[in-house]
Design a protein around this ligand. Structure first.
Ligand SMILES: [Zn+2]
Ligand SMILES: [Zn+2]
Length: 333
């Protein structure tokens, strides 16, 4: 089984049983112990998510991460002493709340700002009439509403998927070694922010931001192409996509506007979590690097497939993966 599959299985297991168990656990603990756990997590996370931008292309993510940092810093408070032994699980449950649904809810205003900004930037495709470029009617506002929910959905996935296990291991290991609260907190901070020896998980949050921004941007583009009656567009992979086999397979190819917009409308009619079925992300074969998708339990290679087939499978619009920066360009004379 490839690692992606393992990760998904781990995630769905946690979703299935872990959450309800966690809810029960939270109710059975005294409030001040919960408050302590909450404060510990915020102490650990405050200030670790802010980094200077690395390039112009990452400006959205940088803004997003700065906003995350603000939200998390605000939650910082006095940290009381904690007995770790009994609290491992509710520390994790608290972390899941704070870093998952709790964070997504608090982040909503900032998500909305960036989703709308990205959508409008994508909507202003070069070569289209100004009347189209500035259009922001009800269907477009509804699309942005959906994109905000979509961003929250991905944010809610980050903690369980990327951080929960290393957090649990670090806390358990620390207890075994007889470490104090401060030392364990230091280890958790390293998991989030990284250290010279280990890369850390901060990238998980920038990946969430880049998915939402990329999707909003290209959906804006699709709406504009339709309004301007431009029948086809070109897929363009940008800068750091050059080495990615998935994006390069799409780069430079011509796709049709009508099926792209039908994909968007299909997605809009469903909750954000359905996007993974409606618009699947291709994976790369571990040995050959060949891009493929999974349909009905079997692999379907993307190699040699035409544009119509790719669009039928739901791959007519970027993003193709977490840090995908591909864009659409209007085919106008
Ligand atoms: Zn790529
Ligand atoms: Zn890409």
């Amino acid at each position: 089984m490839d690692s992606e599959k393992v990760r998904r299985r781990v995630l769905s297991n946690k979703r299935g049983s872990g959450l309800s168990e966690g809810t029960h656990l939270i109710r059975s603990f005294p409030t001040d112990s919960l408050r302590g756990a909450d404060a510990l997590i915020t102490e650990i996370l405050g200030g670790v998510l802010c980094k200077a931008p690395r390039s112009v292309a990452e400006r959205y993510e940088a803004l997003y991460v700065a906003a995350l940092d603000k939200v998390l810093s605000r939650r910082m408070g006095a940290v009381e002493s904690l007995e770790f032994d009994g609290e491992l699980r509710e520390v994790l449950d608290q972390a899941e709340q704070i870093l998952g649904p709790g964070l997504a809810k608090e982040m909503e205003p900032v998500m909305r700002r960036y989703m709308e900004k990205a959508f409008r930037t994508g909507h202003a495709l070069r070569g289209l009439p100004g009347t189209v470029q500035t259009l922001f009617d009800k269907p477009r506002r509804e699309a942005v509403d959906w994109l905000v929910k979509h961003d929250g959905f991905y944010l809610g996935k980050v903690f369980p998927e990327f951080v929960r296990e290393p957090f649990r291991d670090a806390i358990a290991q620390g207890i075994q070694e007889g470490l104090g609260r401060k030392d364990i907190a230091k280890r958790l901070r390293e998991i989030m922010a990284g250290s010279p020896e280990a890369p850390g998980k901060e990238s998980a949050y920038t990946r969430v931001a880049s998915v939402g921004v990329n999707r909003a941007h290209n959906w804006g583009g699709a709406f504009a192409l339709e309004a301007a009656q431009v029948e086809t567009y070109t897929w363009r992979a940008v800068s750091d996509e050059r080495s990615c086999a998935r994006c390069m397979l799409f780069d430079g190819r011509t796709f049709s506007t009508a099926p792209a917009m039908s994909l968007v409308r299909r997605a809009l009619a469903k909750p954000p979590e359905a996007i993974e079925k409606i618009s699947p992300w291709p994976l790369e074969d571990a040995e050959t690097g060949e891009p493929y998708i999974e349909r009905g339990g079997r692999r379907e290679s993307l190699k040699g497939k035409d544009e119509a087939w790719l669009q039928e499978q739901g791959m007519g619009l970027p993003p193709l993966h977490c840090s995908c920066r591909c864009v659409v360009l209007a085919n106008v004379e």
